[in-house]
Design a protein around this ligand. Sequence first.
Ligand code: HEM
Length: 176
Amino acid sequence: MKGMIFTELFELIEEKFGFELLDDVIMESKLENDGTYAATGNYQFSELLKVVVSLSNKSGVSIPDLLEVFGEHLFSKLVKSFPHLVEKQSLLHFIPEVENYIHVEVKKLYPDVELPKFEIVKNEEKTVQFYYISSKKLHHLAKGLLQGAATYFNENADITMDASDDTRVLFTIKIA
Ligand code: HEM
């Protein structure tokens, strides 16, 4: 996982829960580098899980809810970090773009990252349906990112997921 994912998560924890709780989470998670991350460095995915589990225990907020809120926050940060990759368009046009262009370019920049795959099954005027496929099982983060994207494009989107198989989660996005 890129360091920026950790630094953005820490910023959000501090903003929502305060510095003391963030400090407790970092201490409890026993992170290899004591919670210091370089934005472009690459770190173990297991470190992120430790942070999220500890945060959930300390805050009483469920892990899925934490990941969704974080995804929503992260979207605008990703756009700020990679402005050249995101064109201002519509959410439904943007989703295939993430798979066919944005994540492809991200992988060229950082060959060491593991990105999810989106398998588009329906692409209509008001509805897009796709499978999120990843061994990381971060579909709740994906849902938050999609919500963040809807806000960014100023669109009213209904986002549902069927996670009965959590390695292949079906997302349905309908625009009002
Ligand atoms: C709504 C749109 C998007 C969705 C649903 C999405 C979904 C995800 C998810 C769930 C991950 C975590 C890895 C995994 O699940 O296997 C990820 C990783 C990543 N995405 Fe996206 N993404 C979106 C848009 C973007 C955009 C706009 C950018 C940058 C311009 C971006 C850059 C990245 C980067 C850098 C990572 C790497 C994280 C790491 O492993 O270090 N994504 N994406």
